[in-house]
Design a protein around this ligand. Structure first.
Ligand code: PDD
Length: 297
């Protein structure tokens, strides 16, 4: 299992990787990033992740290297690492400069790519389901730091997860300042009630998850009717099933929400159907996309 780092196109061992302390990503979280994973060695829905990276960068007025360059660096890092399945984190910072908040003083964007063997979430989480807490800290309002921007500034989520973990829970679910459900600390949330699959609308202020969009697209295929609608904690607490979704988790069942037991207190049949459907979609997608991805430009 090999981990590699690529900084502005230069591949190196993780121990040799260096970023200047004047980099604004380090000083201010002034950066954007994406996490992708491979199926059959192919980065899953890479285009959707790169589109989101471009939207995030545009929102911060941060210039990205051309998409073809990012893809070429990712390919060479994946090839050099040679893991059966990979995790890749693509970070672009605004670059270095003098110590001032003024973003116009940055020199040029710096791209850091981290590639390592994919480490799946523990099997017990899928077998038993996880416990999630709603901490006191609220999700950033869209007018402050829009949660649809995947920036390097994750302190809101870090603090939420810390509060939940200290209280003995596996993950955190964040409300907005009005008390509506937004998303998990690094995942989107879904509730099943009868034949309906419910998730908060994007306007609530949350990350436009790639997995979230796929689950909405696949809902009909597992007999669920998808609805994007505002949800409160009470709506989730009385759901038949509750799931978190993300690139790394795929679909993860939640069986406790603070003091409430969800459904029968065990992963439900709808979860299993969606998890299987999503996994099958991922493998079909990877088989179809492989030749195109590895073709030389
Ligand atoms: N995070 N919401 C937040 C706040 C996230 O950080 C993530 C993903 C998601 C799910 O998005 P997607 O389905 O596109 O992975 C939702 C990545 C995986 C991470 O930071 O590790």
């Amino acid at each position: 299992m090999t981990s590699l780092v690529c900084i502005d196109g230069e591949l190196m061992e993780p121990a040799a990787a260096r970023v200047p302390v004047f980099d604004r990503g380090f000083l201010y979280g002034d950066s954007v990033y994406e996490v992708v994973r491979t199926y059959l060695g192919v980065p899953f829905h890479l285009d959707r992740h790169l589109e989101r990276l471009e939207r995030s960068a545009a929102a911060l007025e941060l210039a990205l290297p051309p998409r073809a360059t990012l893809v070429a660096w990712l390919k060479s890092a994946l090839r050099a690492a040679g893991n059966p399945e990979s995790y890749a984190r693509l970070i672009v910072t605004r670059g270095s400069g003098p110590i001032t908040l003024d973003p116009t003083t940055a020199d040029r964007p710096r791209t850091v790519l981290l590639v390592k063997a994919l480490e799946p979430y523990p099997a017990w989480m899928y077998a038993q389901g996880i416990k999630v807490s709603v901490p006191a800290i609220r999700r950033n309002p869209r007018a402050a730091l829009d949660p649809s921007v995947k920036s390097g500034n994750y302190l809101n989520n870090v603090l939420a997860l810390g509060q939940a973990r200290r209280a003995g829970f596996d993950d955190a679910l964040l409300l907005d300042i009005r008390g509506r459900v937004t998303e998990g600390s690094s995942s989107n949330v879904f509730a099943v009630r009868g034949g309906s699959l419910l998730t908060p609308p994007l306007e609530t202020g949350l990350l436009h998850g790639v997995t979230r969009a796929l689950v909405l697209e696949l809902a009909g295929q597992v007999g669920l009717q998808a609805h994007e609608r505002e949800l409160e904690v009470a709506d989730l607490a009385r759901a038949d099933e509750l799931w978190l979704t993300s690139t790394l988790r795929e679909v993860l069942p939640v069986v406790r929400l603070d003091e409430a037991t969800i459904g029968a207190g065990a992963p439900g049949p709808r979860y299993r159907a969606m998890a299987e459907r999503l996994h099958a979609h991922a493998l079909d997608w990877a088989r179809a996309a492989a030749a195109d991805f590895w073709r030389e430009p």
